[in-house]
Each structure stands twice: as structure tokens, then as C-alpha cells.
Design a protein around this ligand. Structure first.
Ligand SMILES: N[C@@H](CCC(=O)N[C@@H](CS)C(=O)NCC(=O)O)C(=O)O
Length: 265
């Protein structure tokens, strides 16, 4: 058994690969990595982390503060960042590809993925957290899903510190919401434009690529898809339901829903 930054990595051997994914359940960036691993048919050990405490694990493993992080104990590689993970998986399991072999198409995929990663996802997430953080107990319940008893206990104890730290650190205050919303919808508009000019069901070319996977994973949290980690029953704050409606009614939202239905098994 090998050690990474003091953390024991217990991995199953799968065709010579020993992969462990450190992730959070309701994180859309983590969904990108989970989906890519499933798409490649790769088995992996799942290390579900406790929100808040995941930052310390990320620091120990990769010197970063965010997840997902993939550890390949076969090659002693630690890969932080969802996009890097997708590239790494293409490297170790080329088929089916996530990035086209054609260089021009691969550049376009990377550009579309970047709009989703850097413009849509952080703003949409900040907007959603501005809403959720107004009800810390509901947020705790959502975060607690899938965690083990000691993780739930730690989360419950940490919540009174976590909530104000997130409000300050990630600027999750009501006055910031219009800016996050506008930036997220502008990014969505760029994806809509791309879909309007496309001739196939995919964002780039006529094959499923990392661009479609990123759209599916990063937009799905706003589509309330039954069975997804983000499905909620009951009412959500009005600002959130209006935002969700705009996403659901957009070409990008419809694309993400179709991609999820067809490709997220
Ligand atoms: N660019 C990174 C972003 C990952 C990210 O923002 N992860 C969030 C969870 S959704 C996180 O761990 N945030 C902790 C922090 O940044 O403090 C990726 O693609 O993996």
C-alpha cells in the first residue's frame, strides 16, 4: 500500500490500473471526473470527502484546495483539476476518446470546455450557494448525503464555522447574486450560440467529446434530473427556481439534459 501526502490509498487493481477519486457528492466538477471514469469503463476507489474538510485533503494530496483529485497509484500520479483528469484518462485509456485526435477539433473542444469550466460553472455555483447558504440546516442535510457517520458528525460540528467562512471567502452575499447570475447566463449564451450553428447533436463535430461531458456534468445540477445528486423535492428559493427555469429553457440546458439521458448510464 502506498502513501500520498500521508493518506493511505487503498485501490482496487483494474487491468493494471489503480485509481482513487477524491470527490464531493454534489460537486459538478467532481461529476465531470466521475462521468469520465465511467465513460472510459474504469473502475476506481471512491473517496467521498466531507465538505469543508476536503480542502485539507486537497492540500495534502496535491497542494491545491479543490477537488476532484485523481490518484493513480500504479504510476504514482496525483492529478488535480477535472480537465486534467479528463486528459489523463484519455492518456491511459484512449478509447473511447474524450478529446478528438484531430488537433483543430481538439482545440475547439478545449475552448468550449473552458467556457463551461471557467465562466459558467464558478458563477452558477456561486449563485446557487448564495441561495443555499441562507438555509444552513438544509445545506448541511444536502452535504451529509452519502457520508459516513463520523463524517456527518464532523460536518455538523463544523457548520457554524464553515458557513461564515464560505460567505466571506467565496463572497456569497445577496448583493453579489445579480453579478453571478449575469455572468453565468452570459456563458450559457455562448454555448447556446454554438448549438445554434451546429449541425449535429454534439457541441463539436459529430461525436461525443469532453465538451458534451462538461456540459452534461456542469449544467445538470440546475436541471433537477431525477436520480442525479442534485435532484431536490419540494420548494427552492424563488431566485433559484427562476434561474433554473432559464437554464432548463435554454438550448444549452436542453443539450445537457439530452446528453445526460443518452450518455450518463
Ligand atoms: N478547476 C477545478 C475547480 C474545482 C472546484 O472548484 N472544486 C470545488 C468543489 S465543486 C472545490 O473543491 N472548491 C473548494 C475551494 O476552492 O475552496 C476543476 O476543474 O477541478
Amino acid at each position: 500500500m502506498r502513501q500520498y501526502g500521508g493518506v493511505e490509498v487503498i485501490a482496487y487493481e483494474t487491468g493494471g490500473l489503480m485509481l482513487t477519486l477524491y470527490h464531493l457528492r454534489i460537486s459538478h466538477f467532481c461529476e465531470k471526473a466521475r462521468w469520465a471514469l465511467d465513460y472510459k469503463g474504469l473502475e476506481y476507489t471512491s473517496r467521498l470527502l466531507t465538505p469543508g474538510f476536503h480542502i485539507a485533503t486537497a492540500r495534502r494530496l496535491a497542494g491545491t484546495r479543490s477537488v476532484p483529485i485523481l490518484v493513480d497509484s500504479d504510476s504514482d500520479q496525483v492529478i488535480p483539476d477535472s480537465t486534467e483528469i479528463l486528459h489523463y484518462l484519455d492518456h491511459i485509456r484512449p478509447d473511447p476518446p474524450l478529446f478528438p485526435r484531430d488537433a483543430v477539433a481538439a482545440t475547439t473542444v478545449a475552448e468550449v470546455e473552458d467556457v463551461l469550466d471557467s465562466e459558467w460553472a464558478p458563477n452558477a455555483s456561486a449563485f446557487a450557494y448564495c441561495c443555499m447558504i441562507q438555509s444552513p440546516e438544509e445545506l448541511r442535510q444536502r452535504w451529509a448525503e452519502g457520508l459516513r457517520w463520523h463524517q456527518r458528525l464532523a460536518l455538523g460540528l463544523a457548520m457554524p464555522l464553515l458557513v461564515p467562512a464560505m460567505r466571506r471567502g467565496r463572497r456569497l452575499t445577496p448583493d453579489m447574486m445579480p453579478g453571478y447570475r449575469e455572468a453565468a447566463l452570459a456563458a450559457l449564451g455562448r454555448i447556446n450560440e454554438r448549438l445554434a450553428t451546429g449541425e449535429t447533436e454534439f457541441l463539436v463535430g459529430n461525436e461525443f467529446t469532453a465538451a458534451d461531458l462538461a456540459a452534461g456534468a456542469l449544467i445538470a445540477p440546475f436541471l433537477n434530473i431525477p436520480g442525479s445528486p442534485w435532484a431536490t423535492e419540494g420548494t427552492v428559493p424563488e431566485q433559484m427556481s427562476t434561474f433554473r427555469e432559464e437554464v432548463v429553457d435554454s438550448a444549452a440546458g436542453r443539450h445537457a439534459a439530452a446528453i445526460w439521458a443518452a450518455h450518463r448510464h
